[in-house]
Write a protein that binds this ligand. Structure first.
Ligand code: PLP
Length: 424
């Protein structure tokens, strides 16, 4: 990449950049939010369950308006058990954010311990060494935010096309008994779009580790396909049991990018032991979830096929945006040979790798030209991309009319930063 950068025409790129700045753009490629068009697909939710008599009553007679029901509504759990490939008895439906479930489960383990072991915080205080998590990188910034906020040391492990380097994971687990957790986004990972193959999953589930080591299995994009190659979720609970570690995984998902990002339903799937543990602590922070929201979701979907049909409508809106991103990257950056990027089959992101040492400069140049990008390094623990090369592109939110100039502008900034570095 560095050699190719010296071949770029610096003067022409300075000129292109000056023209870009003169356009006074105000465009945003930062967060992976659904667009307003996507949110509109679920507007029927706004008038459900309705106020006709008994409309608020669940199939088993539960008055959803009242307190209670810590595990969530049976009819919605049945729909998502089928979609996530887990037994319905091992699935809890909760409030609007799976991130809260992830935060709470880690906080519970810190304060109270998990699997009958010592609280993590006590262990850390007595040993004088922090609890540690393995973090495949690049990864989801908010996962890393939870760790940092709760005093958990993060150990980055590089992501490849089939997930993280498993030899490194195995060696870390063998060497360091303070490792208690690992983040995994198994389907269309944020941001690389990686789908973990079953063989890698089986290996992860079988590796020797501390008895209270858990994998935070965040299947946020389980149903978010962008092509006809739909990667179904693995029955990870059964695989964990088969590997002799039935309690190793805590599975998370939500409807944040199915219905409303701010008013969806989250899910936790786990072994009976882990769910009992979760409820034993969650009962002190809530008397029950928003069951009216769960009821309206189950009425809106009707069944698992209703969710699948909705996801195809999302795909119809998202796929052209992802195609546009690929087209601009291929046309503008392909010939220069200075960058590489992912071609995801699902999820919400494209990872762009620019020449080493230029990502922060690209983000700065883009900002000056009115194009907001996620800060360089934000997909890495502590915001530290050791090669300063990764940029996360989130094409879902802007309309296509904005996405094209934003991507064209980004390409100009990548080329200019590379040309300037190559000329130094
Ligand atoms: N997990 C991943 C990997 C994400 O990318 C996101 C949102 O971008 C979330 C979780 C947030 O999930 P929720 O809205 O259910 O809190």
């Amino acid at each position: 990449m560095t050699a190719a950068a010296t071949a770029l025409d610096l003067a022409a790129l300075e000129q292109q950049y000056a023209e870009l700045k003169a356009q006074n753009l105000a465009l945003d490629l930062t967060r992976g939010k659904p667009s307003a068009d996507q949110l509109d697909l679920s507007n029927a939710l706004l008038s459900l369950p309705g106020n006709e008599s008994e409309a608020w009553r669940a199939a088993d007679g539960t008055d959803t308006r009242n307190y209670g029901g810590l595990s969530g509504l049976a009819e919605l759990r049945a729909i998502f058990a089928e979609l996530l490939g887990v037994p319905v008895d091992n699935l809890i439906a909760a409030d609007n954010a799976s991130l809260s479930l992830m935060h709470d489960t880690i906080a519970f383990a810190m304060l109270h311990g998990i699997g009958g072991e010592q609280p993590w915080a006590t262990h850390a205080a007595e040993s004088g060494r922090p609890v540690k998590f393995i973090c495949p990188t690049p990864g989801y910034d908010r996962h890393f935010g939870i760790c940092e906020h709760l005093g958990i040391e993060m150990i980055p492990v590089p992501m490849g096309q089939d997930g993280p380097d498993l030899d490194q994971v195995r060696a870390l687990l063998a060497q360091d008994p303070a490792i208690r957790g690992m983040w995994v986004v198994p389907t269309y990972s944020n941001p690389d779009g990686v789908v973990y193959p079953e063989s890698a999953v089986r290996e992860l589930l079988a590796m020797p580790a501390a008895p209270d080591f858990r994998i935070w299995w965040d299947n946020a994009y389980a149903l978010h396909h962008l092509t006809d190659t739909e990667h179904p979720p693995l029955d990870v609970l059964a695989l964990a049991e088969a590997a002799g570690n039935p309690d190793r995984v805590l599975v998370f998902a939500s409807t944040s990018k199915i219905t409303f990002a701010g008013a969806g339903v989250s899910f936790l799937a786990a072994s009976t032991g882990n769910l009992d543990w979760y409820r034993s602590h969650a009962q002190f922070r809530t008397i029950g979830p928003d069951k009216v929201n769960q009821l309206r979701h189950s009425r809106f979907f009707a069944d698992a096929d209703g969710v699948r049909a909705l996801m195809r409508q999302h795909r119809d809106l998202l796929a052209p945006k992802f195609a546009l991103v690929q087209q601009v990257l291929t046309d503008r950056l392909g010939p220069a040979g200075i960058a590489s990027w992912t071609v995801p089959e699902g999820g919400y992101f494209v990872s762009l790798n620019v020449p080493d040492g230029t990502a922060a400069e690209v983000v700065r140049l883009a900002k000056e030209a009115g194009i907001a990008l996620t800060p360089a390094g934000s997909a890495f623990p502590y915001g530290n991309d050791p090669r300063d090369r990764h940029i996360r592109i989130a094409p879902s939110f802007p309309p296509e009319a904005d996405l094209r100039p934003a991507m064209e502008g980004l390409a100009t900034c990548v080329l200019l930063a590379a040309a300037r570095a190559g000329n130094r």
